[in-house]
Design a protein around this ligand. Structure first.
Ligand SMILES: Cc1cc2nc3c(=O)[nH]c(=O)nc-3n(C[C@H](O)[C@H](O)[C@H](O)COP(=O)(O)O)c2cc1C
Length: 506
């Protein structure tokens, strides 16, 4: 911290010591200090709020300023202090924020409850305000990049406390509350900006142009979280570089029977059996028409979750969703064709080469105006998956492959034994860590076999910057995630981006 910042802080804390010391001296000797006319020092200083139990409030002020004085003096002398991961500047920022907030509380008491002002208390509040402003200024304009990590860590710790409370409630209930909150945040300019301040991390080195779209960073929200397209206005501020909405189906579906969303915390997984719950393509189009998006929004499309009389009927259902979006005014940027939803009546009818070809033939006739990415299952073997991708090679409109969807294999060795036993008696499939290794293996093989023919989107088990880096090293152009955000907190998106950008510099 530069002397030009620290020196005023030393002087201000010294002034604080004088002010609080003077008040403490008078209080101990039962003297009411002289007060200018218009002020009500006596009323305030002899009010019940002037003490905490037997201790005068000014003693706390004295301790606070003394602490700041010592800390700023040490900082001035370039003596480094560390409390956990917090350094001199971090401790200063935290204590001065606390002091600023406490002064606001005292002003509230004087102005609203006592309805009289004490000159010395106002001087103290002013000193606190200056100390806070200087620290905040330093934070925003001098060390913003560095302090991103501090801010991110503080939010991460707060999120873990919040998570332990949220995990006491039903997973779908919590998800619905979160979506409602996100929708409210997205509808107000100020709240959007505040969310951006808390979470977003921007860096030119992260910007990518892919298939004609500009991604401010490669981390996107995977399909299934914003299935009714409520969060397009807030998620860019959380730090995502793109998002999927859906999966959307032509006809609405109220979801499989409850419970259809669960948690396996020990396996860092979610149990998903929603069965493509969504309000249907037309209702979603109505919702999105007229909105602009700060980043590429992809529409994930799947077949309606119902029993079809024939494959032809099922293909028509899928084509109808695409047609509706093509004819709409929605400003989406691309499509994801979800052929791998495991929780539906018909299973996964297009995950063998012959039937995938049938689907792609139908889609190619639609002459789609936007790129299509294909979302694959991850439970097929490497050979089967490569054979499936090979089918897509001649279809120019298929620009990318997303690897991939949920884990179905009940013997998945990345699920703890206890959870595996539970899982065997439950409906649904797993997201999160149980998907990580297998999706990485398929990604790696796809990169080797198809090189740059497809944009490769890596989905599955990204919880940390290292996870994202590994997927990128294996060939991923873009990354999608859900479960990591739920277990680690939304700030993890910014942290991943921060690490990706800074490791590029190294
Ligand atoms: C609650 C939930 C709902 C999901 N719904 C869909 C969906 O509708 N369409 C889809 O393609 N994938 C869906 N998925 C799968 C995710 O998009 C993703 O492929 C999978 O969760 C692995 O990523 P993760 O480990 O980062 O969560 C869903 C996942 C979750 C957790």
């Amino acid at each position: 911290m530069k002397t030009s910042f620290v020196l005023p802080l030393v002087v201000l804390s010294l002034l604080g010591i004088l002010d609080a010391g003077y008040l403490t001296y008078n209080k101990i000797n039962n003297i009411i200090p002289p007060c200018s006319s218009g002020f009500a020092c006596e009323t305030v200083l002899s009010s019940p709020w002037a003490n905490v139990g037997p201790i005068p409030l000014s003693v706390f002020g004295l301790v606070y300023y003394a602490f700041l004085f010592i800390l700023t003096s040490l900082t001035l002398m370039e003596i480094k202090i560390k409390v956990g991961k917090l350094k001199n500047e971090d401790i200063l920022l935290l204590t001065s924020t606390f002091g600023g907030l406490f002064s606001l509380y005292l002003i509230f008491i004087m102005g609203v409850l006592i309805k009289g002002w004490c000159l010395y208390c106002l001087v103290s509040a002013l000193i606190c305000a200056f100390i806070f402003t200087l620290n905040a200024f330093h934070y925003f304009f001098v060390r913003r990049k560095k302090s991103f990590i501090l801010k991110n860590r503080i939010i991460a710790s707060g999120y873990q406390i919040l998570k332990s409370m949220m995990f006491l409630f039903d997973a779908e209930f919590v998800h619905n509350r979160m979506t409602k909150t996100g929708k409210i945040l997205g509808n107000h300019n100020f709240l959007r900006k505040f969310t951006r301040f808390l979470f977003d991390y921007k860096d030119k080195r992260l910007v990518k142009k892919i298939d004609g779209m500009v991604f401010k960073n490669p981390i996107g929200l995977a399909a299934g979280f914003d299935y009714n397209a409520d969060l397009t206005q807030i998620l860019p501020e959380v730090g995502f570089g793109f998002q999927m909405i859906g999966s959307i189906t032509y006809l609405p579906y109220e979801g499989n029977t409850k419970p259809r969303l669960g948690r396996f915390p020990k396996s860092k997984a979610l149990l998903v059996n929603k069965g493509l719950k969504n309000i249907g393509a037309q209702a979603i189009i109505d919702k999105l028409t007229g909105l602009t998006f700060a980043y590429p929004v992809g529409v994930s499309i799947a077949a309606t979750n119902k029993v079809f009389e024939s494959t032809k009927e099922q293909l028509l259902d899928i084509a109808n969703s695409f047609r509706l979006f093509e004819q709409s005014q929605v400003k989406h940027a691309f499509y994801e064709m979800n052929i791998s939803c495991p929780n539906t009546f018909g299973g996964e009818p297009f995950t063998n080469p012959k039937r995938l070809k049938m689907l792609l033939d139908v889609l190619s006739k639609l002459k789609l105006s936007k790129p299509v990415y294909l979302k694959l299952p991850i439970d097929q073997s490497v050979k089967e998956t490569m054979a499936l991708i090979k089918v897509a090679v001649p279809y120019d409109f298929v620009k990318g492959i997303n690897i991939g969807n949920l884990a179905k294999d009940r013997n998945n060795k990345y699920v703890t034994e206890e959870d595996r036993k539970l899982w065997k008696s439950m409906k649904g499939n797993l997201s999160g860590k149980p998907t990580y290794r297998k999706s990485n293996l398929l990604l790696k093989e796809a990169k080797v076999m198809f090189n740059d023919r497809f944009t490769l989107i890596a989905t599955g088990g990204v919880f940390t910057p290292e996870d994202a880096k590994e997927k990128i090293a294996l060939g991923a152009d873009l990354i999608e995630m859900i479960t990591g955000m739920i277990y680690e907190g939304p700030q993890v998106v910014g942290m991943i981006n921060h690490e990706l950008a800074t490791s590029k510099r190294k």
